[in-house]
Design a protein around this ligand. Sequence first.
Ligand code: MLT
Length: 303
Amino acid sequence: MYKILVSDGLQENAINELIKLGFSVTDEHYDKVILGEKLKEFDALVIRSATKVTKEVLEKASGGKLKLIIRAGVGIDNIDIYSAHEQGITVKNTPNASSDSVAELALAHMFAVARFIGTSNYTMRNGEWNKKKYEGIEISGKTLGIIGMGRIGKSLANKATALGMNVIYNDVFGKQDDVKYEFLELNDLLRKSDFISLHVPYDKENGTLIRKEELNLMKDGAYIINCARGKVVDEEALLEALDSGKIAGAGIDVFEVEPNTNEILVNHPRVSCTPHIGASTMEAQDRIGEEVVSVIKDFFTKL
Ligand code: MLT
């Protein structure tokens, strides 16, 4: 019987389905100090973002039974892929499951910053009635620059188009034949967009994508949305740009350090923030569970 360790939780249905299929499932989060040693007895590990599968953890697990690591989500930045591959461990994620949820959250942040939704909530609860202060803008008719035209970027592009936005995009893989929107080089996209939404992983080799230089290229009064990874945007440069008014608002779901420690940023009146909840919908979590089951089933059937 193959043994699966579910380290950061998983939908109950998915756990039951795995048990029905004959897998032994342990739903427990081990501290990083003992995780590696514990992993020796498991054939597969399922994680979300809390468990960090580092080189050290994998070294301790080496010589054990571990053959498969599944990231129940999109980003695999909490797994040392190189070390895993060196040990012949397969790494998979669930790339299809949460695209609509993340795209909807990006849109929610766009509305929030365009219409001061978060700040109004906060100030009204403090007894303020700032009707005059909160004159916003419509997103309809505005240009949305999407950086990263993968599944999430495409989902957002369709939704934004339906709302009357003009979509342009940039992608590290260049222009895509199946994408009908206008492709622009990064700097041109930054200059032309009223809203920028980021849907790219953090690139360890090239570092932060949106720094002071890139923010300076953006239109005066543009908005930026980051539901990708915190390190994709330089938080200090963003704060400066928000303070100067260069950037009119930022919607942020992901932070350089998580849980967030940048109090000044999240308290900025022009910031709409959420605690990394892009994939936190019932629908996405159900689909993630289904995708995890299907990956495990396929993998062990082929062994
Ligand atoms: C993902 O990579 O799937 C999302 O950022 C959600 C998460 O990490 O929890």
